[in-house]
Design a protein around this ligand. Structure first.
Ligand SMILES: [Zn+2]
Length: 355
């Protein structure tokens, strides 16, 4: 009896600390028109290009960890990448290994076919993740920084459910669809409440039922098969950054703070006072704003960089908060990271053999 009561309390507490993306009154009609917060747009293209979309920050619905809930899932007493600070450590620099993370992709679509994402688009999306996180030479992410983090698609689920798709009600679909969030990255595609996407930080959500990433179905895909200005698959690259503990480069919209305890909690991304859409260079803090960084809000085609310290913090978050979500693969199998496309086939063969 006491055990049941304890479980009930724990269950209730798990909901209490659920940091929901902002509740938005959003509806995607059968004719493709969009109603949001009392406004109406004829189609997705006009919505994504609207002043409303930009001014309301709809590119990303990820919210910083709740101060009260932060670190609640953390077992270790000392970490170097908390919700409020980063300590750059030698052990997190890219080294002679690659971290391969398994991804489950959950497609939720409407009975009229809206939101049905094909296998090909999902595979192309994973390829983009690997190009951008691996800075693969010859790819559109080739000018970036090799984080040594890679991704493997392990499964796809598809669910036809008009209510789940339209309402994007996480509390309804995530507990049903998720595959052990402590072991897998769960990515869901729905109407995403009018955002391009949103995710949860490991510092307060690792392994919880809501952990994972939600994407607007239209922006799932590879190069040039996403949608409109967001057609390079980089919404997931950005959201995966949050999943790995990275903040927006303009975090807090603060007064040009650039320290390990303010703004985005790292120093080698220049201070930036506000988010940036489009693709023009701005200088809100006297230096060029990091408009090419994946963690800004610029057009997909304009973002192609992580910084070295972002990679350090991401690896730190992975090792400390998500210890069961990756497999370590020796770098020899990759063909010597940074010297062209890692032989991912070899990596996956290695993983299969090691199971
Ligand atoms: Zn974001």
């Amino acid at each position: 009896m006491y055990k049941q009561l304890l479980l009930l309390v724990m269950w209730a507490l798990s909901f209490a600390s659920f940091a929901v993306a902002e509740d938005v009154d959003f509806h995607l009609a059968a004719d493709g028109s969009i109603a949001i917060q009392g406004l109406r747009f004829n189609d997705m293209e006009s919505y994504l290009g609207s002043d409303f979309f930009r001014q309301q920050g709809m590119r990303c619905g990820t919210k910083p960890p709740l101060a009260s809930g932060a670190e609640s899932v953390m077992a270790r007493s000392v970490v170097d990448c908390t919700a409020t600070m980063t300590s750059i450590q030698e052990e997190y620099w890219p080294s002679a290994v690659i971290y391969v993370m398994p991804v489950w992709f959950h497609v939720i679509y409407r009975s009229d076919g809206t939101g049905y994402v094909t296998d090909e688009r999902i595979k192309a999306q994973i390829q983009v993740l690997n190009e951008d996180y691996g800075a693969m030479l010859g790819s559109m992410g080739g000018d970036g920084y090799d984080t040594r983090i890679q991704f493997e698609l392990v499964g796809i689920t598809r669910t036809e459910n008009d209510t789940w798709f339209d309402s994007d009600d996480q509390e309804a679909y995530k507990p049903v669809l998720n595959k052990d969030p402590a072991s897998y990255i769960n990515v869901y595609s729905t109407s995403a409440s009018g955002y391009l996407g949103y995710a949860y930080f490991p510092q307060d959500s690792a392994g919880q039922w809501w952990d994972g990433i939600v994407l607007l179905h239209a922006v799932v895909g590879g190069r040039y098969n996403g949608f409109s200005l967001y057609n390079q698959g980089r919404t997931l690259v950005h959201e995966m950054g949050h999943y790995l503990g990275l903040y927006h480069t303009f975090e807090g919209y603060a007064a040009c703070i650039n320290s390990y305890t303010g703004g985005d909690l790292i120093v080698d991304t220049p201070a930036e006072e506000e988010d940036h859409y489009g693709c023009s260079q701005t200088y809100t803090c006297g230096s060029p704003d990091p408009i090419h960084n994946y963690m800004d809000y610029t057009d997909d085609i304009c973002m192609y960089q992580f910084s070295a310290e972002q990679a350090n913090r991401a690896v730190c978050s992975l090792l400390n908060y998500r210890p069961a979500t990756y497999e370590v693969v020796p770098d020899e199998l990759s063909g010597g990271g940074g010297e062209g496309t890692p032989a991912l086939g070899l990596i996956l063969i290695h993983l299969l053999q090691s199971e």
